[in-house]
Design a protein around this ligand. Structure first.
Ligand code: SF4
Length: 368
């Protein structure tokens, strides 16, 4: 569980199985729902309330985000990695993966290809390779891209607070760091070696970035590793903690689900489409002001539906291989995960508009 949570897994389980239909109704009617309301809304007792949850979540979403959906694209700048995450094809031991780190010129070419689609927000992604993705290198990438995009976020190895200060100065404002699992023993099992084996270092990432000035603090667990309701309880506790400690920043939720692929990692704990929708609606109801993104791992129909009720942010036209947008892909290149939504950016924009929503290319202007 999230280490600062004063309730054990057993306490969470006891609460989850005791939730009544009346408790769900009360949580849905509350003006300021709390952590226990989140538990009520992700319990089995909440499933019959899905239509009502969609309505309440949509109202909450509209209050803070109107009818806009902000879009971004991930830009993978490298896939060398010294970690050994059991569920990832970028892990050090996976020899079948062609490794590549883009040069600054290649990064510029990728960025130009994304920019041509109209997208104005970028998420820079890289594996953990301290010899390549140093703070200096990431800062140079940030300075290059900041002149082309309104918003830059990072999904790279956790850094020190001083490192984040440098990166914030270089133009990054958002950070995503999946905890993968909040369960300490499962975490050890999934991350047997490498710097990522340090649970405490990883869980302090958002706090260090928030202290360094980052404006968006992305949190998530990897859906499929552990029991999703327990993980969601920890994620909510983590978010409440960050909202208190980094009150000038915004927490952003993501719900990346491991998709089963032939010969790939088989997630031990399945999360169904209905579980995922229920969880996203519950988080929107309890955290109406927080950002929420829906992954490209999900099918177009699910993504188009959930951005109307819960998520306010989605990727479009994503490529999850370094060089996937403009630099030619080589045979044998492996993406970090399998995309379920292969639509182009223009097709995603059209789907958003067809739902009566607007595509928000830019939601923030940093005048500092
Ligand atoms: S999940 Fe991230 S840290 Fe782990 S092996 Fe994959 S790229 Fe490396």
């Amino acid at each position: 569980m999230f280490p600062l949570l004063k309730y054990s897994e057993a306490d969470v389980e006891t609460h989850l199985v005791s939730v009544s239909a009346d408790a769900v109704r009360n949580s849905l009617a509350k003006a300021r729902p709390d952590w226990f309301d989140l538990l009520n809304l992700i319990s089995k007792a909440a499933h019959p309330f899905l239509p009502e949850m969609r309505r309440v979540a949509q109202t909450a979403r509209r209050r803070y985000y109107g009818k806009t959906v902000s879009v971004y694209a991930p830009l993978y700048i490298g896939n060398t990695c010294i970690n050994s995450c059991r569920y990832c094809d970028f892990r050090r031991q996976h020899t079948g993966t062609a490794r590549r780190n883009l040069t600054i010129d290649e990064i510029r070419a990728e960025a130009e290809a994304i920019h041509e689609t109209g997208i104005d927000s970028l998420l820079i992604v890289a594996g953990e390779d301290p010899n390549v993705n140093t703070v200096e290198h990431l800062a140079a990438v940030g300075r290059l891209l900041k002149s082309m995009f309104s918003y830059l976020a990072l999904e790279v190895a956790p850094q020190t607070e001083d490192g984040y200060r440098e990166l914030f100065k270089a133009g990054y404002e958002g950070l995503t760091c999946f905890q993968e699992t909040y369960d300490q023993s499962l975490y050890r099992e999934m991350h047997p070696e490498g710097p990522k084996a340090d649970y405490d270092w990883r869980i302090g990432t958002q706090l260090r970035a928030g202290c360094a000035g980052f404006r968006i603090l992305g949190c998530a667990f990897l859906l499929g590793l552990g029991p999703w309701q327990h993980e969601a309880a920890s994620l909510a506790a983590h978010a409440f903690y960050l909202m208190r400690e980094c009150y000038e920043a915004k927490v952003q939720f993501a719900f990346p689900r491991i998709c089963r692929v032939d010969g790939g990692f088989a997630p031990p704990c399945e999360v169904t489409d209905e579980d995922l929708e229920l969880m996203m609606l519950a988080f929107r109801i309890v955290f109406p002001q927080c950002c929420m993104t829906v992954s490209t791992r999900e099918a177009p129909s699910f993504r188009d539906r959930i951005v109307q009720t819960a998520a306010d942010n989605m990727s479009a036209g994503s490529r999850v291989t370094p060089g996937g947008y403009a630099v030619l892909e080589r045979d044998g290149d492996v993406a970090q995960f399998t995309l379920s939504d292969n639509r182009s950016a223009a097709e995603v924009f059209a789907a958003i508009r067809a739902n009566g929503q607007e595509v928000a290319f830019k939601t923030w202007d940093n005048r500092i």
